[in-house]
Write a new protein. Structure first.
Length: 289
């Protein structure tokens, strides 16, 4: 194994998968009582508070000339979170999670066109296979139903996440991971404030605890994702988040009695095959034979 940065990037994304599983469970507990925009605001606020001592001890990380791009990325991040929170509140956790795996597919395609990464034939095939899996999971949304809107919001969140990951890859060439994390939190709080005030309902003590925990986990997640995308190719790193699905499915069953439907597992399995095919294209880069 010769490419240690690539392996570190993969390890970080596996940690992110665990964090995201915990995040989804917290949102489900809060669903129906706290509006998604309020959750987005408190997540950013508590994340900023958690990271503030670290920022104050390292003031040099706040030096940047890309304020507009930081704000744009934070705005996309807020919208992606709100869409995801609404989806988690209105559809089965496993289905929303499985749709989220479309993000690596969008990252891969975007990396070819925007980042000039080599569109290897096997990755092209894998992307096509992956999108078939996504369409299978989205089938209930195409015929309507109570969860249709939530499933489409999950797909919107995936598209926004992919866009953010591509932006991170570009910004990471000139900005440190610490700077990217710090400015994401700093700019997201004021962006989320006005919609949060409009939809505000005062949380209970238990809800405040969950919101605080989510904020801390969100900051850790952002730091890990940012660093991972600096260390590895966008089209290689993103698919490692797939571990999240079995974690979410097990937790959803134990806590909420949810059983993932057959279409979810079939679609997710097809996406997993696509992810595996993408991973094989990195063997020469990572020194695997």
């Amino acid at each position: 194994m010769r490419d240690k940065p690539a392996m570190m990037a993969i390890t970080l994304m596996l940690i992110v998968a665990v964090i995201n599983a915990a995040d989804a469970v917290i949102v489900r507990f809060l669903a129906g009582d706290i509006h998604p925009f309020v959750i987005g605001f408190t997540r950013a606020s508590f994340g900023l508070l958690a990271m503030l001592p670290w920022m104050l001890s390292r003031p040099h990380i706040l030096k940047t000339n890309r304020y507009v791009l930081h704000a744009f990325r934070a705005g996309l991040k807020l919208l992606s979170l709100v869409a995801l929170f609404a989806a988690l509140a209105g559809a089965p956790l496993a289905s929303v999670t499985a749709i989220g795996f479309a993000a690596p597919l969008f990252v891969t395609v975007g990396a070819w066109f925007l980042l000039a990464e080599q569109p290897r034939p096997l990755r092209i095939c894998a992307a096509g296979i992956g999108f078939v899996g996504v369409m299978i999971i989205l089938k209930p949304a195409m015929v309507g139903g109570a969860t249709a809107t939530a499933l489409w919001l999950a797909l919107l969140s995936a598209v926004l996440v992919a866009t953010i990951q591509l932006i991170l890859k570009v910004m990471g060439r000139t900005e440190s991971a610490e700077t990217l994390v710090a400015w994401n939190l700093i700019t997201m709080v004021p962006l989320a404030l006005l919609p949060a005030i409009y939809f505000w309902t005062t949380p209970t003590l238990e809800q405040w605890v969950l919101l605080a925990a989510q904020g801390a986990l969100g900051a850790l997640n952002q730091a890990a994702v940012t660093r991972a995308f600096q260390l590895g190719d966008a089209s290689l790193v993103a698919p490692m988040d797939f571990l999240r699905l079995p974690l979410i499915a097990a937790i959803a069953y134990m806590l909420f009695g949810e059983v993932a439907g057959l279409a979810t597992w079939i679609g997710a399995s097809i996406i997993f095959v696509a992810v595996a095919l993408m991973a094989t294209t990195a063997r020469d880069r990572m020194g695997l034979e």
